[in-house]
Design a protein. Sequence first.
Length: 188
Amino acid sequence: MTIKTFLSSCLLCAVFPLWAQVAAPSTEQMIEQLKAPRTRSLRNLTVEAVAAKSAPDAPAVGATPTPVDVAPASTVRPSLSLLIQFDFNSARVRPESQQALANLATALLSDELKDARFAVEGHTDAQGRVDYNQKLSQQRALAVRDVLKIQGVAETRLSASGKGASELANPADPLAAENRRVRIVNLD
């Protein structure tokens, strides 16, 4: 592989991560993607305004500082989108997606993720009726959850929901293949 080809494929992976998924992501890649970020908690933190000495409206010495509103921490949760193949118009997982789901089950059972809970979200493209897409995406999320259960992941750690075409991965092209996916979200 030439450097140009390698850089082009890396660029595609960064810009279009679902299109670049030729082989199943490794268990290690899935673990890294799904691990909760390690950040310091800002809970119980009070931020107070401190007036400069030269400010004309500086509080008197010993006065209580005025609290300042702090924006809440981001609620973005670690997640992983997989192009799981299903039979046409069906929730039956195709054989070519079994390795990706086996890797996912191994990742969810790993020491790093064994105590976390996950949402399994089914997504469709925008083709077809909204109610049909909603129902199909729910069935597909349940099918993936069931495969993970068979592979040893406790059902109590998994919830399944269908999103239909409500959260497109590629809103510029509502019928694009990357919109038809299963997203795994770390809830902890």
